[in-house]
Design a protein around this ligand. Sequence first.
Ligand code: PHE
Length: 452
Amino acid sequence: MINTPKTTHSEWSSRFAFILAATGSAVGLGNIWKFPYITGQNGGGAFVLVYLGCVLALGIPIMIAEIMLGRRGHLSPVNSMQSLAIEAGADSRWRYLGWLGMIAGFLILAYYSVIAGWSMAYISKAFFGSFFSSDASDIKNLFDDLMQSPIQQIFWHTVFMLITLQVVMRGVKGGLEKAVQLLMPALFFILLILVGYAMTSGAYNEGIKFLFSPDFSKINANAVLTAMGHAFFTLSLGMGSIMVYGSYLPKHISIAKTTFVIAGADTIVALLAGIAIFPLVFANQLEVGSGPGLIFQTLPLAFGKMGGGWLFGVLFFVLLFLAALTSSISLIEPTIAWLEESHQWDRKKACIWAGSGCWLLGIAVVFSFNIWSGHKLFDKNLFELLDYLTANLMLPLGGLAIAWFAGRIMKTRDSAQELEMPESDYKIWQFLIQYVSPAAVFLVFLHVLGVF
Ligand code: PHE
């Protein structure tokens, strides 16, 4: 039998601090960069509806479960899962769920850092006025130049990774908490300004119609899988980020209420990003399905033309970078916490090793946008492959296992004690986690495999 380490980590200073940190983890590139482009690729309204359904039926109950497991286990995901399994009289190999999560976080961070690097490159472009008097084709060229330059991308990816590690090294209170306090309100504010601009840009109705009027003929099995995977990705679920943050959560705080705040804020930010972007896409006859470059090819057009565009442009990309930062720290935290506990490494050593591995893989991701763009496996380049593997497969599988454990392995007495919900709410949660969540994930997988 394996010993469970007894390391004690520090705790969040308040409920609000936890909400900020978990919202910081949830709100990131997923909301502002990924949600609009996958919505564009998957035909709009129907996709958005499936995504919202997944947030409600899967995301919220699983987030409650994941935070609960973290707080009760009070250790890194690997060790929390092991000690909870022992507590429940189950197989201690449940710790491999923690491993799956650490690997997923590692793979996601490798490409996340590259994309966050693009946002940093765009801070400098905005600052030096590259968006002024540009039309859609100039802005597209600007983005293509960045894609064709491994040096620029590696440079920004490296800077981003170094900053992430700096924050993570400072630990929970010093680094993570401070980083998110101002950012969320500021991001919200600037998104509202962009929405205001989109309303006056001319194609507002067309943009809104694309986002909110569902046409189910545009949706196929893969779109459903992408929507489900994105619900996990955007809420940081299924890989231990929210679990490890939960392990720093003091006992008396209501997990369910907190979850609604986090998931609500995350969803609003994504929808606002969509509302800001699609009217610009249509007003400028851009391609809705143009992929990962979508926000980089649309928003600069607005900044180039609107009053105060220089300021808002710089501010927007700074905020996007910060939103990415508060997510990236949570991607690596499960690994760092585990290295601290199980190998008695200090945070610094853990950050250097884990960070270097991610950084190297990130370089290969950079190449997948240029010199290796022709190298494909299953018709996907490395970036697409990592994204598909993590968001569409590993996170839903991790989420399924979390739901299974919380609903079927853990003793009802223990989960009820940890959640402290009114009886009727607890019953609803338990039903969702025992039946609805596992069935939904399972059915989507079967659908993708073509079983029905
Ligand atoms: N939720 C983050 C985003 O939307 C990404 C993320 C995924 C962070 C998984 C942590 C864990 O950008």
